[in-house]
Every structure is written in C-alpha cells, then in structure tokens.
Write a protein that binds this ligand. Structure first.
Ligand code: FES
Length: 112
C-alpha cells in the first residue's frame, strides 16, 4: 500500500496502488487546485514529485500538455502512486499574493 506524503503540510496517507495523487490529496485533506475535475483540461493540478519512480510514468496526453522539461512536475490527476512518494504542492497563487501583501504591510508597520 503506497504512502503519499504532501509537503509543505506534511500530511501523509496510505492509498491503494494506482490511486491518483489528486485523489490521495483529497483523501488527505490537502488542497490541490483543479477546475476540470481530473480530465486533463485545466492543468491547474500540477505538483512536484520528489521520486518519479514511485509514480506512473506520464502518458502521451500528459507529456504533450506538460511539454518537454517538465522536470519533476506532474499533473496530480494523472500521476498514480505506485510506491511511497513525497509530493510538493505549490502554493496557491492567490494565497501567495495575499501573503506577500501582508508581509509588505508588516514591514511597513515595523518601520513606524
Ligand atoms: S485536474 Fe485539471 S488537469 Fe488535472
């Protein structure tokens, strides 16, 4: 039974062999952005896989959509857990923008 660990949350879940990383994230309560529901239509579910050998290799459709040089980035709705794997979920762009704004405000407040 593969064990999937999600960073930066550090949440871990045991899943059935072949479970997609998106499904594992949902079971673990980890937020992965998606709009298409897992049919490779939105490309919003990208995650960084630490050990690519522990997940299924990208199929033709995913390779075409992700392009060459995707590095360890995978579509979580397509990558299936085949072994213990650690996955890094990128920060939501909206949350990142809010966090940066709050950090700037805090710095400005500290100046006074
Ligand atoms: S969920 Fe839309 S591409 Fe993966």
């Amino acid at each position: 039974m593969p064990r999937v660990t999600f960073l930066p949350d550090g949440k871990t879940i045991d899943v059935r062999l072949g479970t997609t990383l998106l499904a594992a994230a949902r079971m673990a309560g980890v937020g992965v952005r998606t709009r298409c529901g897992g049919v490779m239509g939105c490309l919003m579910c990208k995650v960084s896989v630490r050990d690519g050998s522990a997940v299924s290799p990208p199929q033709e459709g995913e390779r075409r959509k992700m392009g060459a040089g995707a590095g360890g980035m995978r579509l979580s709705c397509q990558a299936k857990a085949l072994g213990d794997v650690t996955v890094e979920v990128p920060e939501d762009p909206l949350k990142a923008a809010v966090r940066k704004q709050l950090e700037r405000q805090k710095e400005d407040e500290d100046l006074w």
